[in-house]
Design a protein around this ligand. Structure first.
Ligand code: ADP
Ligand code: TRP
Length: 321
């Protein structure tokens, strides 16, 4: 089974990205044919600072490798290093109904936040469909916010297969309900765009500052509290040892949970959780030549598959003559 997902290099990766996408992807290395890539062409829809994009791309790659992705056991590359994806995107664009894209929440959300609606932002889901279909992916693990884009991909693939004959595998999305939306320090979805993130690789002082500022309510310590709606608990439960999570859950339900003490404990837990990864990341950041070589090798492997799909697609649509 082919499992594929991508991540944008638009800023430092945070624990929402880690739980929602990176961790599940890394675990698929054991069981599946895994495709992981850094979607720098998607990032162009919102980033015009070239340095930020190029540095962010290398950093995202280093993050993934430091967190345990082994490039020898998967396909790991940068989106733009396989240019066939842009050609496929155009071909798919030509059969994509306007209405399908006009309905997309993420486009409407971004506009409502005042982001100027360039054409790339509108066409974003088609490029994502090309990413998925080019590699004939079966399963696409993403956070809940990307679910609609998977549905758009399926619609486009079905339409292509209907018009031109069986060509693409119809992919399934996979959204883990357990981590569907990890809250940020202000309680909204943790996201680079909301400035409410806890990055995976922070120095200890900044980590402490961020965790201590997680928004909690003013219920007194001895009163029962609702763990499901507590931003602190919703982060804590993913990183603390199981038995400790059970104890803290009991304190929430019966009274006795002290937010300040739990926050302090969470700082230590997060620091230790990523400690080995932090060291590995420092090593990789000092050796960008190695990271580039890994990505070049990954692109070559991925491209071999992309070229095969495109031979078939070109013939089917009639641009081969
Ligand atoms: P951001 O919202 O910070 O810009 P992205 O949209 O680049 O993050 O998301 C990259 C991946 O991480 C996607 O698969 C997305 O669904 C997942 N993800 C992002 N934020 C969260 C979150 N708060 N909880 C769970 N998954 C998340
Ligand atoms: N749109 C996805 C996000 O913002 C990133 C992405 C691009 C992606 N292409 C993809 C995810 C293909 C899965 C499969 O998170």
């Amino acid at each position: 089974m082919r499992v594929l997902s991508g991540i944008q290099p638009t800023g430092s990766l945070h624990i929402g990205n880690y739980l929602g996408m990176m961790k599940p992807m890394i675990s698929y290395m054991e069981t599946s044919e895994l495709f992981v890539f850094i979607v720098n062409l998607h990032a162009l829809t919102s980033v015009t600072d070239s340095k930020k994009l190029s540095v962010g791309t290398l950093e995202a790659a280093a993050d993934f490798m430091a967190l345990g992705l082994d490039p020898d056991r998967c396909y790991f590359w940068v989106q733009s290093d396989v240019p066939e994806v842009v050609e496929l995107s155009w071909i798919l664009t030509c059969i994509t109904p306007m209405g399908l894209l006009e309905r997309c929440h993420s486009y409407k959300d971004k506009i409502s936040k005042g982001i100027s609606p360039n054409h790339g932002l509108f066409a974003y889901p088609v490029l994502m469909a090309a990413d998925i279909l080019l590699y004939q992916s079966n399963l696409v693990p993403v956070g809940r916010d990307q679910q609609q884009h998977i549905e758009v991909t399926r619609d486009i693939a079905l339409k292509f297969n209907h018009i031109f004959g069986e060509t693409f595998v119809i992919p399934e999305g996979e959204i883990s309900d357990d981590v569907a939306t990890v809250p940020g320090i202000d309680g909204q979805k943790m996201s680079k765009s909301y400035d409410n993130t806890i990055e995976i690789f922070l120095d200890e002082k900044t980590l402490k500052k961020k965790v201590m500022s997680i928004k909690t309510d003013s219920t007194p310590v001895d009163q029962p509290k609702d763990p499901q709606n507590c931003n602190l608990y919703q982060v804590y439960r993913h990183f603390a040892p199981k038995e400790r999570v059970a104890e803290v859950l009991r304190l929430y339900e019966e009274g006795g949970a002290a937010y300040g003490a739990i926050k302090k404990e969470l700082v230590g837990i997060l620091w230790d959780y990523f400690s080995d990864h932090r060291q590995e990341r420092e090593r990789l950041v000092k050796d960008p030549g190695h990271v580039r070589a890994v990505l070049a090798n990954g692109a070559e492997k991925a491209r071999a598959i992309a070229v095969k799909t495109m031979e078939d697609v070109r013939r089917k649509v009639g641009v081969l003559y």
